[in-house]
Write a protein that binds this ligand. Structure first.
Ligand SMILES: [Zn+2]
Length: 241
């Protein structure tokens, strides 16, 4: 059973967030930090070692709770400290003279927090939901707007990151020198498409619930009409609950 938004969507979102907010030129390793932070809450996968019952007990538990996000952001900054130390030890001479952003750990922490919040938001948009107040409040919240794997989002986010690379290659072949920090507009556009898709699905979701209610009134369903995101279907479907 797929119970987690697949990791690629989370990581691509983290990378696009970093680009869209202009982080790569403000703090070194910001995109790496955002990519890691955007997927870090799903580290609860390690609970699988304890068996399926333990995993489902803790899945989208404390790692997806709001109170733990600053701790996870601090962990990401620590990882970046380690990464910086390793790079300085092994590669510093070769990289000298290259255009690099300043080292700003506090800003990296803020970026990681934004990326961590994006993880919760993305998980909320599918039908499994999140427990943002676990373990103090066990209630699940689910937007049920998109299925766990959404090809449209994968395509748009990937293009926003790949196209600047392609343009850079074309520029270098023509001898045109441009800044390393490109793609901000495309990343912002991809995130805007993502939000637009959610809003569109939210609207369709309301219509599907309405159809379900009408079916219930007409005696077509036993209990209540429900609507949800269905694998392989582009829009929410009215179903008999
Ligand atoms: Zn998750």
């Amino acid at each position: 059973m797929l119970a987690a938004m697949e990791p690629l969507t989370h990581m691509l979102t983290g990378a696009c967030l970093s680009r869209a907010m202009g982080f790569p030129k403000r703090a070194r390793y910001s995109t790496l930090a955002c990519v890691i932070a955007a997927e870090l809450p799903d580290a609860d996968y390690v609970y699988r070692l304890g068996g399926p019952v333990t995993y489902f007990e803790h899945h989208r538990g404390w790692t997806h709770a709001l109170w733990s996000l600053p701790l996870q952001a601090a962990f990401v900054v620590l990882l970046m400290f380690g990464w910086r130390y390793a790079r300085r030890a092994w590669k510093s001479r070769r990289r000298r003279g290259r255009q690099e952003a300043p080292w700003r750990p506090w800003l990296l922490g803020c970026m990681a927090l934004v990326a961590l919040l994006s993880h919760l938001l993305l998980d909320w948009t599918n039908n499994y939901g999140v427990r943002p107040f676990a373990p103090f409040n066990p209630r699940w919240y689910a937007g049920d707007l998109v299925f766990i794997v959404e090809p449209v989002l994968l395509l748009v986010l990937s293009l926003a990151l790949v196209l600047p690379l392609v343009f850079s290659l074309a520029d270098s072949e023509m001898g045109v020198r441009r800044s390393r920090f490109r793609g901000q507009g495309l990343a912002a556009a991809a995130l805007a498409v993502m939000v637009g898709l959610w809003l569109w699905r939210y609207d369709l979701h309301g219509s599907a619930v309405h159809v379900g209610d009408e079916q219930q009134l007409a005696g077509g369903c036993g209990d209540a009409g429900v609507a949800g995101s269905v694998p392989g279907k582009p829009i929410p479907m009215a179903q008999c609950g």
